[in-house]
Design a protein around this ligand. Structure first.
Ligand SMILES: Cc1cc2nc3c(=O)[nH]c(=O)nc-3n(C[C@H](O)[C@H](O)[C@H](O)COP(=O)(O)OP(=O)(O)OC[C@H]3O[C@@H](n4cnc5c(N)ncnc54)[C@H](O)[C@@H]3O)c2cc1C
Length: 447
């Protein structure tokens, strides 16, 4: 194809642009924000993705995908101050108990802007990729397909909808995040928007940064969540996570639902850290907080299911949060964006024509989104304030999940299977395999 235009130059847009650079003569990334000198993203204000400054964990599959698309980037990031956590350096706790170690876990300790700026630098250096600052205003339709976009250039962001410049494209990618207006643009063009699934969760997040010294040398990531023993409530330990990041800092996040959402007060934040697992308590006691506590309110998980549409214009795909944005506690968003780029590449390699409706891409990406949704929705439905919708077979999946979770605290093999799902390396259905359930039952009966 001659030209692909990617709307949104955050993480999903960058992955999509990288994948498309193998298939298009010219790839244009259009982002409403100033992505920084040379497109490094360091000047980003975070308006487009206000969650950028919250702790972002990169799952094992996300790390594999990062290396797949940007070979050698781990070394670059680590040389610049990131930490790569493996094996026992990655610690997961349930109801305050440290889970059995999993040898092949790998998680990168770095802030999201740090990872994203390096990714953006790599993408910007590709000879056929160009980053343009401007706000997408709508799609151009013709002959049953999207044939380009209308946008206002950075110097003209006040242009009324319907005005501005135009860019022709063989393929347009919506990577505009949760606030994407793709649905209304499709309606305006005479097409349907994709059905939206929502799950109200009312989650509060608070992140703070601490100076890192020589404490906890064997820890890169520590993650604590409530589980079956507490009825998934923060009674045995506060839910939270910490990651060793660049510039010798710890990043710590606390989470809570409805009336238990964490606030901005540093004293309260520290008090709550002291009700969490050992590593977070140690940071609260030994390290100085650096800067303010930043909060974020995440009201609902959402996903748009393009595979349920009967008709769809050619020349258009969607990736990242514009498709699905699930409870961030499970840390799936960055990995999902990378996997969707891989699905797009696979569909194009399999012969998908950019001007045709992208059913093959949406089917492949749908499998990955379904898996992420299944993990987050099953866990969220364990919260008494989450009222559904309940998927078919929820009781069985929930029962199996509880048993596996309990056994994973004791048994490395069960934990390996569980972590493979948490880290998006395997489909959640693998947790209902009879052999795994039998092993979990055996482990629990010998407690
Ligand atoms: C509190 C919180 C914590 C999270 N923690 C994690 C975590 O630990 N691990 C993890 O993997 N994920 C996490 N996530 C999810 C992750 O942040 C998202 O999945 C990820 O940002 C999605 O990337 P994206 O590129 O699709 O969208 P975004 O990052 O939202 O970017 C959208 C981009 O589109 C641009 N844009 C929007 N409209 C236009 C327009 N009209 N024209 C041009 N450009 C436009 C914006 O400027 C922006 O740059 C978290 C999310 C939240 C809310």
């Amino acid at each position: 194809m001659k030209r692909a235009v990617v709307l949104g130059g955050s993480i999903a847009g960058l992955y999509a642009a990288r994948a498309l650079s193998d298939h298009a003569d010219d790839v244009v990334i259009l982002d409403a924000e100033d992505t920084g000198e040379g497109g490094t993203g360091e000047a980003c204000t975070g308006r487009g993705a206000p969650q950028r400054h919250q702790l972002h964990a990169l799952l094992s599959m996300g790390h594999t995908q990062l290396e797949r698309w940007f070979p050698g980037i781990t070394g670059e990031l680590v040389a610049a101050g990131a930490r790569l956590g493996t094996g026992p350096e990655v610690q997961f706790y349930v109801d305050g108990a440290l889970k059995a170690p999993v040898a092949d876990i790998r998680m990168l300790g770095a802030t999201r802007p740090f990872i994203e700026s390096r990714v953006r630098r790599r993408v910007a250096a590709l000879p056929n990729v160009h980053i343009l600052q401007g706000q997408a205003r709508g799609l151009l339709f013709g002959a049953g397909r999207v044939r380009g976009v209308r946008y206002s250039a950075a110097e003209d962001t006040s242009a009324a909808p319907g005005h501005g410049s135009e860019l022709d494209a063989d393929l347009v990618v919506d990577a505009m995040g949760r606030s994407s207006r793709l649905g209304s643009w499709l309606l305006r063009g005479g097409w349907d928007h994709a059905p939206l699934d929502r799950m109200r969760i009312d989650l509060g997040y608070a992140t703070a940064v601490f100076r890192r010294g020589d404490e906890l040398p064997g820890t890169v990531v520590a993650h604590a969540s409530p589980g079956p023993a507490s009825g998934y409530q923060p009674t045995l330990s506060e839910p939270g996570a910490m990651v060793a990041v660049e510039d010798n800092r710890w990043m710590v996040v606390l989470a809570g639902y409805t009336g238990h959402r964490p606030g901005r007060d540093p004293g309260e934040f520290l008090a709550r850290m002291r009700r969490c697992v050992g590593p977070l308590r140690e940071i609260a006691d030994r390290c100085a907080m650096d800067g303010d506590v930043r909060t974020f309110h995440f009201q609902e998980s959402r996903r748009r299911d393009f595979t349920r549409l009967r008709r769809f214009p050619g020349g258009l795909v969607a990736v990242g949060d514009s498709v699905a944005s699930v409870n961030p506690v499970y840390g799936q968003g960055l990995t999902l964006a990378a996997l969707q780029a891989s699905c797009l590449a696979a569909a194009l390699r399999a012969g998908a024509a950019p001007h045709d409706p992208a059913w093959d891409y949406f089917r492949r990406a749908g499998v990955v989104v379904d898996a992420a949704w299944q993990v987050s929705a099953t866990a969220d439905l364990a919260q008494p304030h989450v009222k559904g919708p309940y998927p078919r077979g929820h009781r069985l999946v929930r029962w199996a999940g509880d048993k596996i979770m309990e056994a994973s605290v004791i048994d490395s093999r069960v934990n390996q299977a569980f972590m493979d799902v948490v880290h998006m390396r395997r489909h959640p259905n693998t947790l209902t395999r009879p052999r795994l359930l039998a092993r979990a039952a055996r482990v629990l009966s010998t407690r």
